[in-house]
Design a protein around this ligand. Structure first.
Ligand SMILES: *Cc1c(COP(=O)(O)O)cnc(C)c1O
Length: 429
């Protein structure tokens, strides 16, 4: 092991890692485009966008330059009572992509806080209006982050079982996942809607909000559902006066093909949570975006009605500058073409896998995300992860699910070559 890896091992506790059995970490010296490079000089193609946040490639020079200029101008300032150009410009730019109902932008610095803020706002919204709604709703398998509030919404994701006794009350209803060639989806959706109707009839008046991952449940294993189902389910939910929160922390910024997943559903939620790709993968930043109606419920001559929440790095100018540049790049014709090209390459790649890999199950593609299930991954995630790495691919299976979610700068040739390598690995050729 190299010196750096030894120094790391003596000090650092890594996230989501069983430190006793994990393979040694790799020391990364630099990144460029879709690749990261380790100490030995190996190029590793980042096929999961470094936990779903990178969009324009590593060490993107345009974002780096925007950051450099901002750092020389204003690195940070308290946001209570103050404002600055990068924060306002970023929100104005985002607003152009959003339904007109979205009027107010609340900053934080990661996905878990963005969802927790939405839940707190929804809860206090009812209190401010003199109603006391105690319950929340979500789908089985949803994941909304690792802080206590966010964990309460992720009880069935399988990540947080130790803390279950400490969660507040969130009811989960079935999520009718689907895949290519799935014939049972209509029946699964029907069952899910019946279960939802039952919960709503019993508890609807006491539910403050439903939080969902629109179209794709990421962390539980890239499980996809149909937009028509969500529209039906959410219209039922809304008829009980329940607020709807879309956690677009993973799905935002064209991951599902459109700027935001909600645009494919024909349903506008009361809250949207953004993080991950917001800064192109450069810095932590998050937004909870909501409507004028929600905002107005917090206005009062009494200070107790205010939303008493705020993080130290609220609206950090450096993160905002990176986000502005990332959005500009996203809006460019070349990036838009890339987004479409990746989707086509995923379809071709999944077809190739279906032809070559016998035990492949539940193939699915949505936007820039492709996924399938394979037993080899469920049996030994650590080893298969390591095999992919040795073949120059950063892929992190989730249980039996193997998925690709690359940065938008990847070329279709690179992506298709990966599918061929994956086929070879899974068939032990
Ligand atoms: C990653 C993720 C979160 C949590 O974001 P962090 O920045 O890791 O706290 C929340 N919701 C979804 C859908 C996510 O994918």
């Amino acid at each position: 092991m190299t010196n750096l890896i030894n120094r790391d091992k003596s000090l650092i506790w890594h996230p989501y890692t069983q430190e006793k059995t994990a393979h040694p970490v790799r020391a990364i010296t630099h990144g460029k485009g879709a690749y990261i490079y380790d100490e030995a000089g190996n190029a590793i193609l980042d096929l999961i966008s470094s936990w779903w946040c990178n969009v324009h490639g590593h060490a993107n020079p345009e974002i780096a330059n925007a950051l450099h200029q901002q750092a020389l101008t204003l690195e940070h300032v308290i946001f209570a009572g103050f404002t600055h150009e990068p924060a306002v410009t970023l929100c104005e730019m985002l607003k152009r992509h959003l339904h007109t109902d979205f009027a107010k932008f609340f900053f934080s610095d990661n996905g878990s806080t963005a969802t927790e803020i939405a839940a707190k706002m929804a809860y206090q919204y009812f209190r401010n209006k003199g109603e006391n709604r105690q319950l929340f709703l979500t789908f089985e398998g949803d994941y909304h982050g690792d802080t206590f509030g966010a964990m309460s919404f992720s009880a069935e994701s399988g990540f947080h079982d130790h803390f279950r006794d400490l969660f507040f009350k969130v009811i989960s209803v079935p999520f009718p996942e689907t895949w290519h060639g799935d014939e049972g989806v209509a029946e699964r959706e029907h069952t899910a809607l019946v279960a939802l109707a039952d919960v709503l009839e019993k508890y609807g008046q006491n539910i403050a909000a439903m939080m969902i991952e629109p179209l794709v449940q990421g962390a539980v294993g890239m499980r996809v559902c149909r937009p028509e189902f969500l529209k039906k389910a959410l219209e039922m939910v809304r008829s009980y006066g329940i607020l709807v929160i879309f956690d677009e922390v993973m799905t935002g910024f064209y991951r599902t093909g459109t700027m935001f997943a909600y645009q494919q559903i024909g349903f506008t939620p009361d809250f949207i949570c953004l993080s991950k790709a917001l800064t192109g993968g450069f810095l932590p930043l998050a937004l909870t975006i909501t409507t004028q109606d929600i905002y107005d419920a917090f206005l009062s001559d009494q200070s107790g009605y205010a939303f008493c929440h705020g993080h130290t790095y609220y609206g950090n100018p450096l993160a905002c500058a990176a986000a502005i540049k990332s959005l500009e790049l996203l809006e460019s014709d070349s990036c838009q073409q890339q987004i479409k090209a990746i989707n086509s390459a995923h379809y071709a790649g999944i077809e190739l896998l279906q032809q070559q890999v016998p035990q492949l199950e539940k193939p699915r593609v949505i936007g820039n995300i492709s996924a399938f299930c394979h037993k080899s991954s469920a049996e030994n995630t650590n080893d298969i992860k390591n095999t992919f790495l040795e073949r120059g691919m950063l892929i992190r299976p989730l249980g039996s699910t193997i998925y690709l979610l690359p940065p938008y700068c990847i070329t279709t040739d690179e992506l298709l070559a990966c599918y061929q390598k994956i086929a070879t690995i899974l068939t032990h050729k």
